[in-house]
Design a protein around this ligand. Structure first.
Ligand code: MG
Length: 389
């Protein structure tokens, strides 16, 4: 897709109209000014951080209690944009790989943050892959330009904040006692997401159903290997009030997944099978929907484009996240008025979130009326607070 048709499809035209209707003297006013010297150059800084999970996070293939992230700042004159890279181990990025890419970047060669096409071309061409690291820069750049304009990103994109969906709240694979505790913790949320794909699947569902009748979706994380058994399981899950099935089989098993999607009474969603926009055409006819995550596709700018491509391909759109701070989760939330389903609970699963951002009210994503991605650093007596200041 060329740039003109992308802009036409992406809602940026609506954003441009929004901007045109704002008096010029209001455009570049931002109540939140930072005490930094004007440089007229972009200044990138970053720091590694480790997220502590409230509960061990167990999927069909792994279990962990921490997630490495890298927090990023891009400063420009009196403004500062925040970004984040989150690196769950299965995606292959790490503190080392993200710091390696970010250390190679020289953003001070740019003196206009609105030339984001040029800036991100430079970042994307520095190294192949490394999508989480690139997402951190893209999120910070979007936050920065939003703050300079003085508007939340969803407004710039022409998205209606009243159309945000509810978010699901994730319950990992665990013992019945812990699962019951997690169901209690999930009290404020309207939709539960349950991790399946081990031999305790039915026990997990029965345990949750003994405590609540809330709608649930399930994420198999590629855990099923036999398509007929998978289909039988889906019919059983439908009886239990499950609303969709995420990544039932291995990400490369297109034939069996397409068969499953064709016969399934519930929508089948691609997660691990989807990385970035070049995958959309491959997954058409194989899945009913695609789960877009900023860390997989390289940030907000590609995610906005992909959401429209998925929709144009006749599939539904989900937005998800990794375990992340409120920084990356609030960034993803800016896109949520566009999607059918949201799974933006990564910040709720950690105990050391250094940001305040989007909130869940009665289970529904609620966007803050703040410029950019809508986050502010929390005042904590930690090294990270010093960095975020
Ligand atoms: Mg998933």
């Amino acid at each position: 897709m060329n740039r003109r048709s992308f802009i036409k499809n992406s809602g940026l035209v609506a954003g441009a109209i929004t901007l045109a209707s704002i008096p010029e003297n209001k455009l570049f006013s931002n109540p939140k000014k930072f005490n930094m010297k004007a440089t007229h150059k972009l200044q990138l800084s970053f720091v590694p951080y480790t997220l502590q999970l409230k509960h061990a996070f167990t999927l069909s293939t792994s279990s962990r209690t921490t997630t490495p992230v890298v927090l990023v700042k891009i400063a420009y004159d009196n403004y500062c944009g925040y970004g984040e890279a989150s690196m769950p181990p299965y995606l292959g990025e790490s503190h080392e790989s993200v710091l390696k890419l970010l250390s190679q970047l020289n953003l001070s060669q740019f003196n206009d943050p609105f030339l984001s096409d040029d800036i991100m071309d430079y970042v994307n061409n520095t190294m192949p892959g490394n999508y989480a690291a690139k997402a951190a820069v893209d999120i910070a750049l979007n936050d920065l330009t939003g703050k300079i304009i003085g508007l939340p990103l969803h407004k710039i994109w022409g998205l209606n904040p009243a159309k945000t969906p509810v978010t699901s709240f994730t319950i990992g694979i665990d013992t019945p006692e812990v699962v019951r505790l997690k169901v209690k913790e999930a009290e404020p949320y309207q939709l539960l997401k349950v991790k399946l794909g081990r031999n305790t699947d039915r026990e997990m569902i029965e345990t949750i159903r003994s405590a609540t009748q809330k709608p649930m979706c399930v994420d198999i994380n590629q855990g099923w290997t036999d398509r007929q058994k998978a289909l039988d399981e889906i019919f059983w899950l439908k009886e239990k009030g499950i609303v969709f099935i995420e990544q039932p089989m291995h990400k490369n098993n297109y034939d069996d997944t397409a068969w499953l999607t064709q016969h399934s009474p519930l929508p089948i969603i691609a997660d691990e099978a989807f990385q970035t926009n070049s995958d959309v055409a491959k997954l058409k006819g194989v899945y009913n929907a695609i789960n877009i995550k900023l860390m997989k596709c390289g940030g907000l700018t590609p995610a906005l484009k992909i959401a429209h491509e998925v929709r144009n391909a006749g599939m539904k759109v989900m937005i998800g996240c990794m375990t992340e701070t409120s920084c990356a989760v609030s960034a993803a939330a800016q896109l949520s008025p566009l999607v059918d389903w949201a799974d933006l609970d990564g910040n709720l699963l950690i105990s050391n979130d250094p940001f305040d951002g989007m909130k869940i009210v009665d289970g529904k994503i609620t966007l803050p009326n703040k410029a950019g991605i809508g986050v502010v650093p929390l005042k904590q007596k930690t090294d990270i607070a010093k960095f975020l200041k």
